[in-house]
Design a protein around this ligand. Structure first.
Ligand SMILES: O=C(O)CCC(=O)C(=O)O
Length: 290
């Protein structure tokens, strides 16, 4: 593993996946089917690009990559913080000329760490502001990117072989969004296959930390993350505890009031008390006047 820049913190993971794993991920994406990326977005960021998602339970290579990344680049503590975990692997296929315009990964999601797997040794990824001191506290904009060139400015990752990976953190050590993590998939010369793996640690991402403190996953992370891009609809386990207690109380109150009004909760009349020998049933009292 080699550090390529300090801001954002980027690591090159050489030969992270084997050729077989790359092939398996591409096959899994094809099997599941790829669809045009960004069809629902107003402003398409990805051009001539199709996408599929491959879950760890669907493909062992995705599971192995996920657990190895968690063990090497995130602490066990980090991933066990509320809401931590990974999204299903996004497998992208760019046609020649296809590209991913400059963007941030973590504007809408607490994607603390991104890992890109170069699956067929094609294409390049550009970080125009890597290690740039030019912006002070200001957020760089598209206008700032326009005069920059991938072969001169920032950092361009070109894989040496299929299976190389690039990992970068989208938040800094204080939890602020890393403004220099803007990056782009450069126009592909040939068909380019890449895997994008997004790892969430909301508690370490300041804009999402408050939500993380008040939410607790009640199911495995994956079940929240499979749904993809939106914020996870996590429920506090205490919330469900409260719902259960209130329902139980309401049920008990209903049962008691039904008994008191002379009806069984199942709607039938209450049973007559058992008579012992010699006892006579009391009939209903009739107030007859004659
Ligand atoms: O295609 C690339 O090189 C970059 C992909 C990317 O930026 C992403 O998936 O977030």
């Amino acid at each position: 593993m080699r550090r390529l820049s300090a801001r954002p913190l980027i690591f090159h993971l050489k030969s992270f996946l084997t050729q077989d794993e790359c092939d398996a991920l591409i096959s899994a994406a094809k099997r599941k089917g790829l669809h045009k990326a960004d069809t629902t977005m107003r402003k398409p960021y990805r051009i001539s690009c199709d996408v599929s998602t491959v879950g760890a339970s669907e493909e062992p290579a995705a599971a192995a990559a996920e657990s190895d990344i968690v063990r090497t680049l995130l602490s066990k503590e980090a991933t066990s913080l509320p809401g931590g975990g990974s999204e299903d692997l996004h497998v992208l296929r760019y046609q020649p000329g296809g590209m991913y315009k400059p963007h941030y990964d973590a504007e809408a999601n607490p994607r603390y760490l991104t890992v890109l797997y170069y699956l067929n040794n094609k294409g390049a990824t550009w970080f125009p502001f890597a290690d740039s001191a030019a912006f002070g506290d200001r957020m760089p904009t598209k206008v700032d990117v326009a005069p920059l060139k991938p072969d001169v400015d920032g950092l361009t990752m070109t894989p040496a072989s299929a299976g190389d990976a690039l990992a970068f953190y989208n938040f800094d050590a204080e939890g602020a969004m890393e403004r220099l993590a803007l990056h782009a998939g450069m126009p592909a010369k040939d068909t380019k296959w890449i895997g994008s793996h997004f790892f969430w640690v909301p508690a370490l991402c300041a804009p999402f930390a408050e939500e993380a403190e008040t939410t607790r996953p009640t199911r495995p992370f994956r079940e929240y993350l499979v749904q993809g891009m939106g914020a996870p609809h996590q429920r506090d386990s205490r919330h469900w505890l409260n719902v259960c207690s209130v329902s139980l109380m309401a049920g008990l109150l209903l049962a008691v009031s039904l008994w008191r009004s002379g009806k069984r909760p199942d709607g039938r009349a209450p049973e007559a008390p058992k008579r012992s020998k010699g006892q006579h049933a009391k009939g209903p009292s009739h107030n007859k006047s004659n």
